[in-house]
Design a protein around this ligand. Structure first.
Ligand SMILES: Cc1ncc(C[n+]2csc(CCOP(=O)(O)OP(=O)(O)O)c2C)c(N)n1
Ligand code: SF4
Length: 311
């Protein structure tokens, strides 16, 4: 069924009001959109992180779907077990209905500490969707750098000072790591393009086997942006081609959005205080280096998607 706003407005919101996420949290918007897109009954798991902490403060829960919390590192392993039990019960005739399985993790729980359990679940072929809400740091425990934190971003463990100008390394390309698993469906998305994100979730849930969606999800605390800018800052990440929107279906790469004019990366930096130091003239070489990296990766992606390379 095509996604339509009128129909969506009649659907109950699967994360109840009263959850404790900050106003303007990009991650909770991502999670809501993912859950709203599901057509069949779903069972969810979420790794320890902001989204688990804010939604499940004992004895309350904001989840209106069956939900399992697990340790920081094993949302995918937990979901593998749940999905295996379901398959067995279905085979025995003890469950008749179709149920879909979604595991969530932050970037810390996905790019870093949960990477092994995610890789294992995908490699074993579990019929589940894993969604990384990527807010580019370990937000829940005080904004520490993660494998997804952008180069030069200031975090509590990659501060700006005499010794360094923020994080020294480029982020891992987790979406490409997942592509190397040759699973049936992989996508990159952003909550500001809600229809694109929801369509990807619907598509993924209709495909049998392991699926992965990486959704950029702003955090106004960690990115140091006004709460009201949480979606605008995601839009800018896409317009600068820092976070391209694409999908890989059975090995075929497809670009989902091509900005009319590629905005220079400095414009994305200007929107966030975590990059404020990059606006100083002495840091212009670092900005140029990051821009060159964005350009190179964008050209590579265009090639993989069979798109024209010319700007
Ligand atoms: C093995 C282990 N190490 C450290 C922690 C402490 N811890 C809990 S949540 C968290 C950060 C989560 O970061 P991320 O997955 O990016 O989610 P976010 O908080 O940004 O939503 C850490 C370090 C833990 N629970 N378990
Ligand atoms: S700290 Fe960041 S990720 Fe956590 S609830 Fe607030 S905005 Fe969301």
């Amino acid at each position: 069924m095509a996604i339509n706003l009128k129909e969506l407005s009649k659907k109950p919101i699967p994360i109840s009001p009263g959850h404790r996420a900050c106003a303007g949290c990009g991650s909770i918007i991502t999670i809501k959109l993912v859950l709203m897109a599901a057509e069949d009954p779903i069972v969810c798991a979420c790794a320890t992180g902001c989204m688990e902490v804010v939604t499940t403060i004992y004895p309350y829960t904001a989840w209106r779907v069956p939900f399992m919390h697990n340790a920081f590192e094993n949302a995918a392993a937990t979901m593998s077990g749940i999905e295996s039990a379901y398959r067995s019960l279905k085979k025995q005739g003890r469950i008749g209905k179709n149920i879909k399985f979604i595991a969530f993790g932050g970037d810390g729980g996905t790019y870093d500490i949960g990477l092994q359990s995610l890789s294992g679940a995908m490699e074993r072929g579990h019929d589940m969707l894993y969604v990384c809400y990527d807010n580019e740091a370990y937000m829940n425990t005080g904004i520490q750098r993660s494998g997804s934190t952008p180069m030069c971003a200031a975090t509590s463990t990659s501060p700006v000072g005499k010794a360094a100008q923020g994080k020294k390394q480029y982020p891992k390309d987790l979406t490409r790591i997942m592509a190397a698993h040759r699973i049936p469906y992989i996508a990159q998305a952003s909550p500001h393009r809600w229809l694109d994100l929801m369509t990807k979730v619907q598509k993924a849930l209709r495909i049998e086997g392991p699926k992965f969606i990486n959704a950029l999800s702003s955090c106004h605390r960690g990115w140091r942006v006004p709460m009201s800018n949480s979606l605008e800052v995601c839009r800018m990440a896409v317009e600068t081609c820092y976070w391209p929107l694409f999908e890989i279906e059975n090995g075929v790469w497809k670009l989902n959005y091509r900005p009319k004019t590629k905005v220079p990366i400095i414009e994305w930096f200007k929107t966030q205080k975590r990059f404020q130091h990059l606006l100083k003239p002495e840091n212009a070489p670092a900005v140029a280096e990051i821009q060159a990296d964005v350009d190179r990766r964008w050209s590579e992606l265009l090639q993989l998607c069979g798109e024209k390379i010319a700007p």
